[in-house]
Design a binder for this molecule. Structure first.
Ligand code: ARG
Length: 463
């Protein structure tokens, strides 16, 4: 069987000297981009089928090439393929192997294409399926969050602003806030599919090709909706990479926020949740400790995903058109970010299954800090026709009085309240009740139990 001459890199006819070992090591990306082998083979098959349809290659050669490619795919998936640094990347490794399997006819595969369009074709297909996997993981997280929310519609806790007690809320409402974020994350990933749906194959090195190729045909074969419009832009464009990295960063940021939230709630000061032993770790010196390390891991990993987004932005900044070696790093960056996020989503889902809210502590904490003061102000507006500013002032006086007396608002006597606002009657006392406060927020999107129930059942139907 004919071999690629001396089993050398393909450009050996022009470049006579052996690449320095050091350069071979840094220039090769095979250890990273071998992950694209399936996409690369699918792209090559679509390409040669198109070459046949356009009568650029013969039926026999097309069949030989596809036979060889399928053999290579099997070998790689069975871990029997030997990747070689000498051939730089996945494209050259596969092409070289094709020479070994089918001989000189392998030389037809690269007609009317370049590695420049080949690599982004592979990469776009890969990111499309990675997007689907991320969204499946997000679905799991959403499901688990809703599950806790369902059980805690009537669990009352303080809603915070500035980490100070602000107004009482339902724990379910709080958790459903994160469901909104994760749903937005899903949508952000889905929105990216639009630009991922344009096929780069056929723009060749940067100018397009003089062969009579059919880019619409290859686009459809590989599951894209249409070809890209400008060959120079296509080989230089990594906006789709940025979109993916940005979406990953935002999603990690959401995970990091809830992780931080849960770390605070788990602290001895707050003690609002209990984490099961499955998701905590001990200390090597302090025997009493049970630390929320996994949550800290999630919070910390956001640093990597943000960093990866910034690496890619920086690589692209100031890079003229069109292809440069600088771009080769895009795959390592994307794979790292993707793996980190998928890992974090799985860990987070596990944590969600191991959280127990401390309902009593949540209620007790909510019962502090004059948390129903706004309800009193609203009551004055509604029942004693005051302007909100006037009612705010009156309420502030009542809070000052309670503070001086070291009493909670609900413990004030009606006579004491009347001294500050004579119009008040016994009826006012109900506004200090936490459950009443939560349930009164019936405006759309508010924390009342009915609202939450409605939202939960709407989201359960959808997912
Ligand atoms: N491995 C290369 C990359 O990922 C493929 C493109 C190579 N093109 C070139 N002109 N050297 O960027």
């Amino acid at each position: 069987m004919a071999k690629n001459k001396n089993n050398q890199a393909i450009w050996r006819t022009r470049i006579k000297k052996k690449t320095s070992t050091l350069f071979q090591r840094v220039g090769s990306s095979i250890d990273i981009d071998k992950r694209l082998y399936k996409e690369d083979i699918a792209g090559s098959i679509a390409h040669v089928e198109m070459l046949l349809k356009q009568k650029i290659i013969s039926f026999k050669i097309k069949n030989k090439i596809i036979y060889g490619l399928q053999k290579i795919e099997k070998e790689i998936s069975k871990n029997k393929f030997e990747f070689n640094n000498k051939y730089e990347d996945i494209h050259m490794n596969i092409e070289n192997k094709l020479f070994q399997i089918i001989g000189e006819d392998a030389g037809y595969i690269h007609t009317a294409r370049s590695r420049n369009d080949q690599v982004i074709t592979d990469f776009k297909i890969w990111i499309k399926s990675a997007t689907k996997e991320i969204n499946l993981n997000l679905d799991q997280v959403i499901k688990s969050t809703i599950k806790i929310a369902e059980k805690n519609i009537e669990t009352i806790m303080p809603g915070f602003t500035h980490l100070k007690n602000a107004q009482p809320v339902s724990l379910a409402h709080y958790l459903m806030a994160y469901v909104e974020m994760f749903k937005r994350d899903k949508r952000r990933f889905i929105n990216n599919l639009e630009s991922l749906n344009e096929s780069p194959l056929g723009v060749a090195a940067l100018t397009g090709t003089s062969f009579n190729i059919d880019r619409n045909y290859t686009a459809k074969k590989m599951g894209f909706s249409r070809p890209t419009n400008n060959s120079i832009d296509t080989v230089s464009d990594r906006d789709f990479v940025l979109d993916f990295l940005f979406s990953i960063s935002v999603c990690s940021m959401h995970i990091s926020r809830i992780a931080e939230e849960l770390i605070i709630w788990n602290s001895d000061g707050f003690n609002l949740i209990h984490l099961s032993d499955k998701v905590v770790t001990g200390s090597s010196i302090m025997p009493q400790k049970k630390n929320p390390d996994l949550l800290e891991y999630l919070r910390g990993k956001t640093g990597s995903t943000f960093g990866n987004l910034f690496s890619m932005l920086t690589i692209l900044k100031g890079l003229p058109l069109s292809y440069f070696k600088d771009l080769q790093d895009d795959k390592e960056i994307v794979f790292k970010s993707n793996d980190t996020l998928v890992n974090c989503l799985k860990i987070f889902n596990e944590i969600l299954k191991n959280i127990l809210p401390n309902k009593k502590k949540m209620y007790e904490l909510a019962d502090n800090g004059y948390i129903t003061a706004t309800d009193l102000a609203d009551y004055l507006v509604k029942n004693h026709s005051m302007s909100f500013r006037k009612a705010y002032q009156k309420t502030a006086e009542i809070v000052n009085f309670a503070e001086k007396k070291k009493k909670k608002l609900k413990d004030l006597k009606i006579e004491e309240l009347k001294k500050i606002e004579p119009k008040l009657t016994n009826d006012v006392l109900k506004v200090f009740d936490l459950k009443n406060s939560v349930n009164s927020k019936k405006s759309y999107g508010g924390t009342s139990f009915v609202n939450i129930k409605r939202m939960i059942s709407k989201y359960r139907k959808k997912s």
